[in-house]
Write a protein that binds this ligand. Structure first.
Ligand code: CMP
Length: 140
């Protein structure tokens, strides 16, 4: 029984289609708590820095352009095994491979406009949470 925190981003395709409430309901129905949340319009430098790990990938430039194309909602989700649980709730990166009932199956438009980001490990979660939030902004 490990209570964890993970970083979640509702991407520009989700804010554009006014889906933030429907997506947040999926997290809450699955037992995750939103312990911090804010809406931002990322700059190119901010999105580039956040996704720096993908810098050499062919999709990096398009990814940064997409993530700066509209507002995002960044949030910290907390709960039992939050990192793995959130990845289950999101579904596979490519919506074509996502399981029924997952956010990406229901809402994602493409592998790029895939509605949500979630940290892929506890270690990355700590780094990603600290990228967007200070301790005083997280209220468990
Ligand atoms: P995310 O979890 O935010 O992490 C990196 C993102 O790159 C990923 O979700 C996708 O939205 C995006 N992406 C675009 N093209 C690809 C691809 N071919 N493979 C993996 N990720 C991709």
């Amino acid at each position: 029984m490990t209570v964890e925190r993970t970083l979640s981003i509702l991407k520009p395709d989700a804010t554009r289609r006014n889906l933030t409430g429907k997506i947040n309901a999926k997290f809450e129905e699955a037992g995750l708590r939103i312990v911090a949340q804010k809406r931002l319009h990322l700059s190119e430098a901010q999105a580039g820095a956040f996704y720096a790990v993908h810098k050499e990938r062919p999709f990096y430039k398009d990814l940064v352009a997409f993530m700066t194309s509209g507002p995002v909602v960044v949030q910290v989700l907390e709960g039992e095994n939050a990192v793995a649980k959130n990845r289950e709730i999101m579904g596979a990166t490519n919506p074509a491979n996502a399981a029924p009932g997952t956010i990406r199956k229901e809402f994602a438009e493409s592998i790029e406009a895939n509605s949500v980001h979630g940290s892929d490990s506890a270690e990355n979660a700590a780094t990603e949470v600290a990228f967007f939030f200070s301790g005083i902004e997280i209220v468990g």
